[in-house]
Design a binder for this molecule. Sequence first.
Ligand SMILES: Cc1cc2nc3c(=O)[nH]c(=O)nc-3n(C[C@H](O)[C@H](O)[C@H](O)COP(=O)(O)OP(=O)(O)OC[C@H]3O[C@@H](n4cnc5c(N)ncnc54)[C@H](O)[C@@H]3O)c2cc1C
Length: 392
Amino acid sequence: MDAARLTRSWNLVAAHGDQVPLYFYSTLFLSHPEIRQMFPTNMARQRDRLVTALGHIVSQVDQADRLAGFLRDLGADHRKFAVRAEHYPAVGEALLATVRHFLADQWTDDLARDWAAAYGLVARVMTEAAQAAEEVSPPWWVAEIVAHDRRGFDVAVLTLRPQYLLPFTAGQSIGVSHPAVRSWRYYSPANAPRADGTIEVHVRAAPGGAVSSRLVYGCAAGDQVHLAAPVGDRLTLRAAGSADLLLLAAGTGWAPVKALVEQVAGEGSGRRVALYVGARSRSEFYDADAIDKLASACPWLTVSYVVGVDLARPGEFVHPVDRALADGDWRARQVYVCGSDAAVAHAVAALTRAGYHAGQIHHEGSGAQWYGPAWRTAVRAGTAPDGSGGVR
Ligand SMILES: Cc1cc2nc3c(=O)[nH]c(=O)nc-3n(C[C@H](O)[C@H](O)[C@H](O)COP(=O)(O)OP(=O)(O)OC[C@H]3O[C@@H](n4cnc5c(N)ncnc54)[C@H](O)[C@@H]3O)c2cc1C
């Protein structure tokens, strides 16, 4: 396989922009109509995802070793879309037909062989990982919404009870899908694992967002949602040892941070935790009661609220990190940052400028959309090519 040739050919194809996914899905659904129902009803956003990701992955197959972990996660994760081994050849055929179509007279027998071999390798790793995952966990969990609490205009706190225990670690994210929407998005449990297995999630409705709008405005207690296996380890306390913590949360980025605080409370280690919670205005501290309760119950926890834009109080800090850095020197601590991509990027840059080193700053990273944390992990490891922002 000539990897450089594969990459060059994919770049030529990708230059055709939106035409590429359009052709890919038309080919796939025409030749295999039964596959159509596995995709969301509204394909507008999906168009950007699968084929672009596949094209990039296949054209970087020379880095198969570095990609292997990502591909295994992807294969195991795709069980939630009801993807089975027999679907892979159909997708491969549509991908090759797409590349052939856009390369036109630049398509050669050698390229055909390279693309078939590269896709075969990717499909094999993903299929084997999916099979291995069958032994460990179901493809998805059905969960009942046992409480649905609207907090302000666009945020809801949902308590979910999976039919079977869904094991996770504080700081991870889980896939959530509503049966009527059939798209999956990641949300972070806002609690440490509980004896009764319930999971709290904090959802902010993105304007026009398919899943978040449904979860905030179109759900009630008693409804069912589907959950998928937890992913991501960057925000867990695994890497922090027993160090004291500085936690910086903005918006619904408070959710995984709340889980971390609960974990510290549960471990009884006595480590000190400084928490800075940010919001755009005072009314957007949607979980202040819970935060205040934690602060009064935990002597090792200090809490500072940071309002982003508050015209009544000129001079207030915009980001939690700015206020934290003005308050003290936390360089002996492990720092956890969670919020929108912009807030995380700002915090990481400010901490770095202030002399904090990369190993003590924990965040999900910014700049990835296709497959959430699995893709993000690959981006950070340098094994995924690019991506763009998430919403919190
Ligand atoms: C690891 C991780 C953890 C997360 N945890 C949380 C959490 O705890 N809480 C939380 O609220 N969120 C969280 N998110 C974000 C969440 O996963 C979703 O991305 C978010 O809820 C938006 O999903 P959606 O389906 O509503 O929006 P989408 O339908 O994906 O749309 C996102 C935005 O793009 C716009 N859009 C849609 N279609 C198009 C189009 N065709 N062209 C242009 N623009 C378009 C929409 O208007 C919307 O503003 C997390 C994300 C990640 C990666």
